[in-house]
Design a protein. Structure first.
Length: 446
């Protein structure tokens, strides 16, 4: 990861206050990846599960690196200044927290199993005409990325929207300590990252740390998610969902062209999306935006003008074939929702699923992939084609689907699909980010 510092002079001051050591050179950016390092960067040497950033210090010195934040001194270095701290990651988090405190603006933390990025992007789009928004970019939502995100905030920003990811216990509480949010939203809780958490209950507990950090703030609570509505709330609560008992409730309707509309009492909110999960993100965004003084007319116009990012249930047309590109990521809940959407299409033409592995499920991987197969059978899909290591368990559960096959390579899958697909088909492509299932779409159609 790497950023350009918006205020190098101010960063140098804050860095010195936290570490007790001056940078000794003009630092214009921060890099945590030696491959992304640029001249005049501060290099943060981090120890990970696979690599240790300290092993690249000599190489960086040769490339002209002037200063690095390290936990272990390398005595072979001569020109590279090493600032030694106990833990560089903790130190950069402390610096980011001190930086954030300089800008007392509303700060919304967003976490959840699905929809974090889509909801963050939607809210950024909604607030853009009326606020100067500071928001998470790319995938900077971890204990490394979030501090870098905060260091991009300046005095011009009037609102901060921060995405928070979690792979193991302690992640969310750490990110909350660093960012000190004033508002919090948990989109949903579903089986994901189980390698790090073990059980869905532990996932819920970790996500709930966001609400626990808001003793003086506001928690936006998804009442349609039992795991969320049962979480302990430390501060004020705003509820949203499909039930009329919620502070913000809506009915969701699908138009003839497949796009979804939400009805909030007398307010009609049209979208460009056919994705039910996105409609639920709109519902969450309404709770946040209207509570934070966005008027309904602005909300309506901004939602309608929002184009969902690539790979998030995008409908594409290739001659007489409809492709649903939902390749950005996958877990059990989002996959089931996508199958429901595919199944809602007209029964004219075959409904096919092309499905890649779901990752980070630990010991639960086999049973969760089996559940996808059971869902496909219950939905009476016309064909299912799986690829990868874990989706073989999906293929084994396709009891009443005649047209199905498992592939071990995407190249083989692409070759076979070209011979199988025909005009009139509706095809859903889905899989975890690491599977890059969009390359299968490209291989077949482009």
């Amino acid at each position: 990861m790497r950023i350009n510092l918006p205020r190098p002079d101010l960063f140098s001051q804050v860095f010195g206050e936290v570490t007790g050591t001056g940078l000794g050179s003009s630092v214009q950016g921060i890099a945590t990846d030696s491959r992304e390092y640029k001249a005049d960067d501060l290099y943060i040497a981090l120890k990970g599960k696979r690599t240790d950033g300290h092993t690249f210090l000599k190489e960086l010195e040769i490339d002209g690196c002037a200063v690095a934040l390290v936990s272990e001194e390398n005595n072979e270095l001569t020109s590279l200044k090493q600032i030694i701290v106990e833990d560089p990651l903790t130190t950069i988090g402390t610096i980011a927290n001190k930086w954030r405190k300089q800008f007392q603006v509303p700060t919304l933390g967003i976490t959840g199993t699905n929809g974090k990025t889509s909801t963050k992007d939607l809210l950024h789009h909604i607030f853009e005409p009326i606020q100067t928004v500071h928001a998470t970019e790319k995938n900077f939502n971890t204990s490394i990325g979030l501090p870098l995100t905060l260091l991009l905030q300046t005095e011009k920003h009037t609102l901060s929207i921060l995405e928070m990811g979690a792979n193991q216990p302690g992640d969310i509480s750490c990110l909350c300590r660093i960012s000190e949010p004033s508002h919090g939203l948990i989109t949903n809780i579903a089986p994901a990252h189980l390698e790090g958490f073990g059980t869905i209950e532990e996932v819920a507990k970790e996500k709930g740390e966001l609400f626990q950090s808001l003793a003086d703030g506001i928690s936006f609570v998804n009442q349609a998610d039992d795991r969320i509505k049962n979480l302990s709330i430390a501060g004020d609560k705003i509820s949203y969902g499909l039930s009329p008992d919620c502070d913000f409730s809506a009915d969701i309707h699908q138009k003839k062209d497949g796009t979804l509309t939400l009805l909030f009492n007398t307010e009609e909110i049209k979208t460009q999306s056919c994705n039910l999960s996105f409609a639920k993100n709109v519902l969450a965004a309404a709770a946040v935006a209207i509570t934070m003084d966005v008027d309904w007319e602005t909300f309506q116009n901004r939602v309608l003008s929002f184009v969902p990012p690539a790979g998030r249930c995008q409908v594409k047309h290739f001659d007489d074939i409809i492709v649903i590109d939902d390749t950005y990521n996958a877990n059990l809940e989002s996959t089931i929702a996508s199958i429901d959407y595919l199944n809602a299409f007209s029964k004219n033409g075959r409904r096919l699923l092309v499905f890649g592995d779901m990752f980070e499920l630990g010991n639960h991987s086999e049973i969760i992939h089996e559940k996808v197969g059971e869902k496909c059978s219950d939905a009476h899909l016309d064909g299912v084609f799986t690829v990868g290591t874990f989706t073989v368990h999906t293929d084994l559960r396709l009891e009443n689907i005649e047209l199905h096959k498992h592939f071990t390579s995407k190249d083989e899958l692409i070759t076979q699909l070209k011979n199988i697909i025909r005009k009139g088909d509706k095809i859903l492509f889905k899989g975890s980010r690491g599977m890059a299932m969009e390359t299968v779409i490209q291989g077949v159609f482009e």
